[in-house]
Design a protein around this ligand. Structure first.
Ligand SMILES: Cc1cc2nc3c(=O)[nH]c(=O)nc-3n(C[C@H](O)[C@H](O)[C@H](O)COP(=O)(O)O)c2cc1C
Length: 197
């Protein structure tokens, strides 16, 4: 079975909900979804995170990236950009980049922000940039997904998103449908590319 890594950072659960919904779509495509997170980073960078989280999903390893056939990567919007724990992990990947482990693998990105116009697209683009350096094939969401035309909450052609507001109360129906569609699109693309190898 082809493997898709769904990698996220989330402080309050909104980005995690998107990750779980994308994973549902991946599984619906017939691929295996492996959900992983990254360790938090302290303000002064001197706290040592344990290698196993106290609760929730396991921390990602470089081997998870090397072994995956496709990647969905998400972060909350922090000042219009990805959050530092995810960037910190990405900045540890020089050896993965040198060996070209991610070249030609399909990838998509996702984010969550408190406000509708709080910088979702810029955060999605900030996550696409390093993935392009790794040679990944970036997938967005096409407008044939009809909810992309009408959503009053999250959902962009650059990747799926969620507007969490002042307190996250779960994904909207549009956000759920679009994130499942994104996972399915990623899984289907992985399967097509892996068949041709
Ligand atoms: C340091 C920091 C910066 C943030 N910057 C933004 C921002 O630029 N735009 C926005 O709409 N929300 C911003 N937020 C709010 C989060 O993006 C929002 O609460 C998000 O849904 C949290 O996702 P999570 O539940 O996965 O942690 C910020 C939050 C933090 C902690």
């Amino acid at each position: 079975m082809n493997k898709v890594l769904v990698l996220f950072y989330s402080r309050h659960g909104a980005t995690q909900a998107l990750a779980e919904s994308i994973a549902r779509g991946v599984e619906a495509s017939g691929c295996e979804a492996l959900i992983r997170t990254v360790a938090p980073v302290s303000d002064n960078l001197d706290a040592q995170a344990s290698s196993i989280p106290e609760q929730g999903y396991l921390f990602v390893s470089k081997q998870d990236l090397i072994d995956c056939d496709g990647l969905a990567m998400g972060s909350p919007t922090h000042f219009g950009n990805m959050a530092s724990p995810l960037k910190y992990f990405i900045d540890s990947l020089t050896d993965v980049w040198l060996k070209g482990h991610l070249i030609d693998k399909p990838a998509c990105v996702f984010t969550s922000s408190a406000s509708m116009h709080g910088g979702q697209e810029s955060t999605l683009l900030s996550m696409i940039l390093p993935l392009m350096h790794h040679g990944m094939c970036i997938l967005g969401l096409p407008y044939s997904e009809s909810k992309l035309h009408s959503t009053q909450s999250g959902g962009t052609p650059y990747g799926v998103s969620c507007v969490s507001g002042e307190g996250f109360n779960g994904l909207s129906n549009d956000e759920k449908a679009l994130s499942i569609a994104m996972g399915q699109r990623l899984g289907n693309t992985v399967k097509k590319l892996c068949q041709k190898k």
